[in-house]
Design a protein around this ligand. Structure first.
Ligand code: MN
Length: 153
């Protein structure tokens, strides 16, 4: 079981993500107002943060940067969920410090698989996105050449 903070302003997506995570045995907590997200994350102590990018007030990109700069949260993996589809957007999201990116409408399988990978520390570290851009279809099967990451928390 992992504690997973969801930052999302859309109620239907919150329900979908929470149901999905709970069905996988996790403990989700949702924040709808991104202005409260950093404080909520500090209090909740999540193993993973899932954030929407298109958020009112504090954007998902800014929130990712804030989390990365926070002493307590800097190493928590972040998964961005966004309707953006342009390649430049993914680069910006990864450069801001998110380890994974899933586009909406989400594939339930890909969503769950990405959550598992992040919790197991298999995702590429943040900030190495230049090398990571070639790994677009890493969603297949899960039997890929997973690197033996020493970053497991
Ligand atoms: Mn949104």
């Amino acid at each position: 079981m992992a504690k997973i903070l969801i930052v999302e302003d859309n109620a239907l997506n919150i329900k979908l993500f929470c149901d999905l995570l709970a069905a996988h045995g996790h403990q989700p907590e949702a924040v709808t107002d991104s202005r409260n997200a950093l404080a909520a994350a500090r209090e909740f102590g999540p193993d993973l943060v899932i954030t929407d990018i298109q958020l009112p007030h504090v954007s998902g990109l800014d929130l990712i940067r804030l989390i990365r700069k926070d002493d307590q949260l800097a190493k928590v993996p972040i998964m961005a969920v966004t309707a953006y589809s342009a390649r430049g957007d993914e680069e910006r999201i990864r450069a801001a410090g998110a380890q994974a990116y899933v586009s909406k409408p989400i594939s339930v399988v890909r969503f769950a698989q990405t959550v598992d990978e992040l919790l197991q520390g298999e995702a590429e570290p943040a900030g190495e996105s230049e090398a990571g851009l070639a790994t677009e279809d890493d969603g297949g099967g899960g039997g890929g050449p997973s690197e033996a990451g020493g970053e497991e928390a």
